[in-house]
Write a protein that binds this ligand. Structure first.
Ligand code: NAD
Length: 361
């Protein structure tokens, strides 16, 4: 029976990168039945609301979604659809692997770590207001609950055990935020005691940023609160080659949504220039989640081989901004076609391409 999946194309480059992912999905031969729903700017035009109830109903029904990025107006305008989706569907665990695929576009080819971010509360709680009529002062409430800290730290330790990761680092700012930070820190420490087989340590978020850009291989699984996780996962995407190659997943108790770390990159919208890999690797995570391990592995290796061969690459991996020898940039659709072409040809009997061998020492 086909897996029924909600598809949200999104805004900006979203429709281009989700079309790319669908092309690769088709190449796997897995029977997938896409239910397309609109959120964001298209939905506002069609139905007057950025997050129609039909979108939430579709995800609740299918328990599975693939999503393109959605624009959030800066400063004013409608509330973030992305934040609302996470809160309303209780998609509490944002998992963002940062993997230096074929070592492309990065000075740190050994980068292979995972950021686990609490996605429903913290400074993204949406509880904020102007303090006075003149708008000269404002407050945002940092909501941290023990329940959310317990479930995100448990999620991180379970992920580390399942994926045979070597340690979990809790990242916070408990020296300054003596209630919210300390609550997360206490929950992390108590959860760590329940996983004596998994080494753990802690870092203050500022120190973690500095150490990550100097020695990313010292980190493996990072677990943290919402805002710190948002920032750290973009930083780690940069270590792994850029936003164009950084996939993501959001897990709740009974449903999951897969989307790239990047946003809608409006300046590239409609130009067929965006890198489709982050969306395609989000599809890879989805396939693993539904038990289609072989198809997922084919997608992963087809991406790896395409990037390693350096013949068909979008501008971000091809051009002078890249750390590798420049090549002529290909379009989003050409790179997707190349990855899709390779999917059925992948030789699974060959060893999986390894990240830098020293990274797991
Ligand atoms: P962005 O990730 O959209 O783009 C930042 C820069 O990264 C781009 O200018 C581009 O140079 C590069 N980039 C991003 N994706 C790329 C890709 N696939 N290929 C090649 N280069 C890529 O971040 P932004 O400009 O800060 O945000 C734009 C909009 O996206 C905002 O409205 C923001 O709220 C939204 N956003 C949505 C999500 C989401 O839907 N989950 C996530 C982040 C940002």
């Amino acid at each position: 029976m086909a897996h029924r999946i909600t598809l949200i194309p999104g805004d900006g480059i979203g429709p281009e990168v989700t079309t790319a992912a669908l092309r690769v999905a088709e190449a796997t031969g897995v029977s997938l039945d896409w239910e397309v729903v609109q959120a964001g700017e298209v939905a506002i035009r069609e139905s007057g609301t950025a997050l129609p109830e039909a979108v939430l109903e579709s995800i609740r029904r299918n328990r599975l979604a693939l999503k393109g990025p959605i624009t959030t107006p800066i400063g004013s305008g409608f509330r973030s659809v992305n934040v609302a989706l996470r809160q309303q569907l209780d998609l509490f665990a944002s998992v963002r692997p940062a993997r230096a695929i074929a070592g492309a576009g990065t000075r740190f080819p050994e980068t292979d770590l995972v950021v686990v971010r609490e996605a429903t509360e913290g400074l993204y709680s949406g509880v904020e207001h102007w303090v006075d009529r003149e708008h000269s002062a404002a407050e945002t409430v940092n909501v941290i609950t023990r329940k959310a800290c317990d479930r995100i730290t448990k999620f991180a330790f379970e992920l580390a055990r399942r994926e045979r990761r070597r340690k979990v680092t809790g990242v916070h700012k408990a020296n300054i935020m003596k209630t919210t930070g300390a609550l997360f820190q206490t929950a992390f420490r108590e959860m760590a005691q329940q996983y004596p087989d998994i080494p753990s340590d802690e870092r203050l978020v500022d120190n973690a940023c500095m150490q990550l850009v100097k020695r990313p291989s010292e980190y493996d699984v990072i677990v943290t609160t919402n805002l710190f996780g948002d920032i750290l996962s973009d930083l780690c995407a940069g270590l792994a080659g850029g936003l164009g190659v950084a996939p993501g997943a959001l897990y709740g108790e009974s449903m999951a949504l897969f989307e790239p770390v990047h946003g809608s990159a409006p300046k590239y919208a409609g130009q067929d220039r965006a890198n489709p890999v982050a969306e395609i690797l989000s599809l890879e995570l989805l396939l693993r989640h539904i038990g289609e391990a072989e198809a997922a592995e084919r997608v992963f290796r087809a991406v790896w081989e395409t990037i390693a061969e350096r013949q068909v690459l979008t501008y971000d991996l091809a051009g002078p901004g890249s750390t590798d020898q420049p090549v002529v940039a290909s379009s989003c659709s050409a790179m997707a076609a190349e990855i899709a072409r390779r999917v059925p040809l992948v030789d699974l009997s060959r060893p999986r391409p390894a990240y830098h061998p020293s990274s797991k020492s």
